[in-house]
Write a protein that binds this ligand. Sequence first.
Ligand code: ZN
Length: 456
Amino acid sequence: MPACRIWLKNPLAIYTANHFDASGGLVLNGGVIEQLLGAGERPAQACDQVFDAREHVVLPGLINTHHHFYQTLTRAWGPVVNQPLFPWLKTLYPVWARLTPRALKLASKVALAELLLSGCTTAADHHYLFPDGLENAIDLQVEAVSELGMRALLTRGSMSLGEDDGGLPPQQTVQQGQAILDDSQRLIQAYHQRGPGAYLQIALAPCSPFSVTREIMRASAEMAEQFDVRLHTHLAETLDEETFCLQRFGLRTVDYLDSVGWLGPRTWLAHGIHFNPEEIQQLGAAGTGVCHCPTSNMRLASGICPTLDLIAAGVPLGLGVDGSASNDASNMLLEARQALYLQRLRYGAEAITPEKVLGWATQGSAQLLGRPDLGELAVGKQADLALFKLDELRFSGSHDPLAALLLCAADRADRVMVGGQWRVIDGQIEGLDVAQLIADHRQAAAALIRDPAMTR
Ligand code: ZN
């Protein structure tokens, strides 16, 4: 990157996700934050560019820690609109089993573009479908991420426990253990970047207790340790899952996780709703993280994540939009708004502030992904930023700019920067033909549902 010092000057409001004051703005250089300026302060050195941010609310780039990009093809699909998790999954599995390489690439691009427009700069995806012909699923996602210039943590998901062996997914959607492990190792070696500023990382992510074997859980934990990558799975999302674990393993969810070597700081869990007080302490002592997915949890009526209890026990907490068949929008700022409202029902209005939920969407999420270089505005952190304008009708008459973002339902960034590069300008993604993407994606989504093999 050419040396270029930018002064992002005098923002309308700025949220740093820490105790630092940056009301005079930020100095960015070489893709990182070089200086934070207090009110009235000026950059220590001459800048090549000055960006006047007087109309912008500035946030650290939002970080999404749980998604299934491919599900953008099955948003708001009639047969599952009113179903809870297990029947929802059983109805969708046969549709998802027909996923094609072209459809997955389009779906990933749509999800990433949506996230980027909502102010998200780093996205984790959990992809666990590898039907015949789609063995290179993660490679296709790597291409989509690179085309949008975002950061991503792509997880090599897996399903190995089919219906024939007492699992939930149909047999044709599961893979053999060795094929999963071989591909996991290949992907880590091909794509996983290390250190500050990494754009692409790989993690291992067996899907859930009811869709993978104990053996693949154990082997994934061992491989993650060997290659120093993170571990991810769904856990304690519904009571159905708890019952499944008790019946099949004779253990509750967290004890099961412990029994397969997963209780530790490299693991982060999607949902984390149905924990008892002892389990919350166990997770905190282990440093295992939880990704709160409020919209999905409300849509499937799964329950409410005990966020503040988890945090009090020492559990890192972040946010995720979850897959688009259970959200169905990939919008990180609206997700923070949902977290604010859902968590107020559990903990009260005074305990759950806009700053707190924005902290989950930034610094907390960065912690889940093991990225101390992201999620905050501080000297030396990556220059990943989301800038919002409050010039639409919905903001008219608002006073506190930061609160207005969430309370007035801001849903689209005016500008987004990743590693010092503007990826969104005037609400448009640089270099992306959105109309063409929508046309191609809609066609792929219709084809997936239309398949004559579908019996419903
Ligand atoms: Zn999920």
